[in-house]
Design a protein around this ligand. Structure first.
Ligand code: MN
Ligand code: MN
Length: 298
């Protein structure tokens, strides 16, 4: 447990998120957004804990820009920007939803308010299921639906999902928060017409190492080593390897690694009724005094 590194990563992630929140992204490409936000993280002395996600409308999560991605932000889009900073593998995971269309204001507010209410109840020993209940109640009172099959998670060094889940709905059982452990809480909200669940989409543009077992293909093994040395077991994007390999070659090698199960590809997650989704997220550490929300805005 490296509290100082968690706090340093959190401060950087919070600063970048607040920059993202107020910026006018209309007309910008998803590629430019991801690259710019990742640049802001690095500029402040952290590494990216994962590729910046820019997930639009009914895509709830896990979309990052392809190399030269030409999708651009429209003034009617609802965009979840989810970003992660890490120092020596200690991660700050935070997200904000940006939109320029007043019809989505309620949805965004519901995600923010659910997160704020969850944060205000955090202390050592609080049950994750009670956090889920607070999130669900807040969202439903505002006339919306939580996404039931997306959740917050425990964090560990070089590990984003460290095994424990903080649900966005009330559920039986679950664990209690441990002192001096890091967690992320991330309410996802959709409209009443939404199913309140996500399903896997076809697109997969976020990857992570599964194993370091060699494939016996020299070039593919070189990519495997490159990924390990640069990203450890954390997620990465094709954009991050096309600086070393030409895009076509990078895709070929990545496919080999995926077939050999050395690398895993993560599909985008879409709302089952194709309804828009908003998200808010903080990373926090319960402690003696109560809680340190490492990604709290300064
Ligand atoms: Mn996140
Ligand atoms: Mn997260």
């Amino acid at each position: 447990m490296q509290t100082e590194e968690y706090i340093k990563a959190g401060k950087i992630a919070a600063e970048v998120r607040e920059m993202v929140r107020v910026k006018d992204w209309i007309g910008k490409s998803v590629y430019d957004i991801c690259e710019e936000v990742e640049g802001e993280i690095k500029k402040r002395g952290a590494k990216c804990a994962f590729p910046v996600n820019a997930s639009i409308n009914e895509i709830a999560a896990h979309y990052t820009a392809e190399p030269n991605d030409s999708i651009t932000i429209k003034d009617t889009d609802l965009v979840k920007i989810d970003l992660g900073a890490q120092i020596n593998g200690y991660i700050a995971d935070t997200a904000v939803t940006v939109c320029y269309d007043a019809q989505f204001d309620g949805l965004v507010q519901a995600a923010e308010e659910a997160l704020a209410n969850a944060m205000s109840m955090i202390k050592t020993g609080v049950k994750a299921s009670d956090i889920g209940r607070t999130i669900e109640t807040t969202i439903k009172k505002m006339g919306f639906k939580p996404i039931a099959n997306l959740s917050g998670h425990s964090l560990d060094q070089y590990t984003i999902h460290a095994g424990k889940s903080i649900p966005n709905i009330w559920s039986i059982g679950g664990f209690s928060l441990s002192e001096n452990s890091a967690y992320a809480c991330e309410p996802f909200v959709t409209t009443e017409k939404g199913g309140g669940f996500v399903r896997n989409g076809k697109i997969k543009n976020i990857f992570a190492l599964n194993s370091r077992k060699k494939t016996k293909n020299d070039e593919a093994d070189r990519l495997l080593d490159f990924v390990w040395e640069n990203f450890n077991m954390l997620p990465f994007a094709l954009r991050w390897i096309t600086k070393e390999w030409e895009e076509k070659k990078a895709r070929e090698l990545l496919d080999i690694l995926i077939k050999k199960k050395a690398v895993q590809a993560y599909p985008v997650l879409m709302e089952i009724n194709e309804q828009p989704v908003a998200q808010a997220e903080h990373t926090f550490i319960p402690n003696e005094e109560g809680v340190t929300v490492t990604t709290r805005a300064q």
